[in-house]
Design a protein around this ligand. Sequence first.
Ligand code: GLY
Length: 409
Amino acid sequence: MYKTACIFLALLSGCATFENRTEVHNDVSARMLVLTKIASEKVSQTVREIGDTIAYPRSTTPEGKWKTAPIRDWTSGFFPGILWYMNELTGDSSFRRSAERWTDGLAPLQFYTGSHDIGFMVNCSFGNGYRLTKNEEYRKTILQTAQTLLTRYNPNVGCIKSWDNRKWPYPVIIDNMMNLELLFWASQNGGTQQMHDAAVSHAEKTMQNHFRDDGSTYHVVGYDAENGNVLCKGTHQGYADASCWSRGQAWAIYGFAMSYRFTHDARFLRTAERAADYFIAHLPADNVPYWDFQAPKIPNEPRDASAGAIATSALLELGGFVNDPIKREKYYASAVSMLESLSRQPYFSDQIASSGILSHAVGNRPAGSEINGSLIYGDYYFIEALLRYKQISSDYAVQNLKSWRATTK
Ligand code: GLY
């Protein structure tokens, strides 16, 4: 196990002396400072490069420069989200000013009915913005977006529809779990019971129909829009219908842990654990997943650092929900091992020439697009994981300090 994981476990188990705990905590904190500094320089550089037009970065070119996408692309909320997170991580107010500009540019999405991903797009931008500023206009935008997202909910199916105009009948993809966060949040912050009920129903159907017995997930389930029967199960971005696409599995861990956060429904917690157990059991030695857990030429297949970053952040949340200390340690230690690997080369790109933070991410392997460069959502969840790690490690340091004082009185 890597050093940071050992350090973290030492903090968790309380077996280190107080001096050691302080020392190792300082060690982790020092490393966080370096990662934060490099990430901060890269994000500032991106702002300088694309700030005149408020473009939305999506993936990097082979030279390491961001290619941008229109605001209706599913990835548009991540760069504003990164700016809010960098403001939170560094306290630098220039990030907040940039975050406001990039967030405001997405306001038209609140009326856009053409994508299930408005949940992602608006939650990462306006959602983080509201959390940090309590700007009332942001809350109203989120509520309107939730209302718009409900137009894609079909009560016969009990799910929000993912894609329009593709080969699948009423397709629902595992990624769509992530859009529920906006609905759950809106329902508790001035929205409606219908928003909550639709999100619960979507999570229940996904729990029933996307999971295999071993805890792995299908990418796509197609439904009959009239009677809700399942018509087909398969993949779009994975290797095969019967394989497990690693980013889809990461969305499943994150989506069900988040659903538990809002509902305290033990079924959702158990489902997050099943998804996590499968993910962890299928990680290679350096803890960064291959793009599909059954990709045919492993070990000569690309990794997907974005799947690793999403799962890391999700496991840091999940670990906080489980009562069993052995399970909690497993989730935290797996998260820290992944964070440790992602924080070093070849995944953490400390070359300032490259605008992306994490490289070796895979967008869509079957389509041959966005292989091995940086993806804006990989960077977003990596920074989120750093924030979650910082919070958890400082909470444990405080707890350990208190318990050490109590035992030495
Ligand atoms: N939600 C699309 C993807 O994960 O590629």
